[in-house]
Ligand binder design. Structure first.
Ligand code: GDP
Ligand code: K
Ligand code: MG
Length: 271
C-alpha cells in the first residue's frame, strides 16, 4: 500500500490538511521514545495511508521529539513526502525542504497559508517555485480545505526525483561527501547514500546514533577533519556543518529572489 508523510515546520497547517485528506484516523500511540502522538490515517480516495509527522525546522533535531522525523526518514520508505510550507515565511521553511529534496524520495510541496501571504502583500509564484525545485507545487489554504482535492489527485502521480535534479554543489566538501557515501554503502537498508552522508557530515545526532555501530565513525571524523582543513585553507567557513548550511542557504536565497515578491509587503503588525 502507498504511504505518504506530511513533513514541515510547526504550525504550517499539517494537521489541518491531515484532517481534510483522511477519512478516519487512528492514534497509533506515541512515536518510539517520545511523548509525541503518532497519527496515521486513510486517504479519502483510498489512495493509501497518510502519516502526520511532528513539526520541525530542520532534520537536525534539538530534542528527542524533533528527532522523530529524521528517524522516520532513516527507517521507513515513504511512497512520497508532502512537504507543507508557510507561503508567508517561505525563506525559513525552505531550510527543511532542501534537506527533504536531498532525501531523494518523490516529493511535492504544499504551499499553504496562501491567504495569509496574500493579506500581507507577499506574492509567491507557485509555478516558478515548481520549476526551480523540480517538484509539484500545490497552493493551499488548509484551514478552508482549498487545494486538498488537488493534493489527493497529485499523490499517485508525483514523479521520482532524479539524482542529478537537486544536487547542490558543496564545492570543496564534495570529496568528503563521496568518501563518506562509500563507507555507508556497506550498510543495507539505508536511504539515499548522498543524503545519509550529508546528514552524517552535518553531525545530525539521529543519523550519527543510528550508524555509530554500523560504520567506522573514526573514518568519518578523519574525512571531516581533512575537509575542514581544506575549507580553512580556502578561507571558507571552518566547520563542515556550517559550510553545508551556508551552501543550502545560498540556494534558498536564489529560489526566493526568483519566486517571492515582497515589494508590496505590508509592514508587520503585532495585532
Ligand atoms: P501544524 O502544526 O503544522 O499541524 O499546523 P495546524 O494544522 O495545527 O495549524 C496551525 C494553525 O494554523 C491553526 O490555527 C490552523 O487553523 C491555522 N491554519 C492552517 N492552515 C491555514 C491556512 O491555510 N490559512 C490560515 N489563515 N490559517 C491556517
Ligand atoms: K500546532
Ligand atoms: Mg500538527
Amino acid at each position: 500500500m502507498s504511504s505518504f508523510a506530511l513533513v514541515g515546520n510547526p504550525n504550517t497547517g499539517k494537521t489541518s490538511l491531515f484532517n481534510t485528506l483522511t477519512t478516519s484516523y487512528e492514534y497509533v500511540g506515541n512515536w518510539a521514545g517520545v511523548t509525541v502522538e503518532k497519527k496515521v490515517g486513510d486517504l479519502k480516495n483510498g489512495g493509501g495511508q497518510l502519516v502526520d509527522l511532528p513539526g520541525i525546522y530542520s532534520l537536525h533535531p534539538l530534542s528527542r521529539d524533533e528527532g522523530v522525523a529524521a528517524s522516520y526518514l532513516m527507517d521507513e520508505t515513504p511512497s512520497a513526502l508532502i512537504n507543507i510550507v508557510d507561503a508567508s515565511q517561505l525563506e525559513r521553511n525552505l531550510a527543511l525542504s532542501v534537506q527533504l529534496l536531498e532525501y531523494g524520495r518523490p516529493m511535492m510541496l504544499g504551499l499553504n497559508m496562501m491567504d495569509v501571504a496574500k493579506a500581507r502583500g507577499i506574492r509567491v509564484d507557485p509555478e516558478k517555485l515548481q520549476m526551480l525545485l523540480g517538484i509539484p507545487v500545490v497552493p493551499l489554504v488548509a484551514r478552508t480545505g482549498k487545494g486538498s482535492s488537488e493534493i489527493l489527485g497529485m499523490l499517485p502521480k508525483i514523479p521520482e526525483i532524479s539524482p542529478s535534479q537537486i544536487k547542490l554543489d558543496y564545492g570543496i566538501a564534495e570529496a568528503a561527501i563521496e568518501e563518506t557515501g562509500k563507507l555507508i554503502a556497506s550498510v543495507s537498508g539505508l536511504p539515499d547514500h548522498r543524503w545519509v552522508a550529508l546528514q552524517l557530515l552535518a553531525q545530525n545526532p539521529v543519523i550519527v546514533e543510528e550508524l555509530a555501530s554500523k560504520i567506522d565513525m573514526d573514518a568519518v571524523n578523519r574525512i571531516s577533519s581533512n575537509c575542514e582543513a581544506q575549507l580553512r585553507q580556502a578561507g571558507l567557513s571552518s566547520a563542515l556543518p556550517e559550510w553545508i548550511r551556508s551552501v543550502r542557504n545560498e540556494f534558498i536565497e536564489q529560489i526566493c529572489s526568483a519566486a517571492v515578491d515582497r515589494s508590496s509587503q505590508k509592514p508587520h503588525s503585532l495585532t
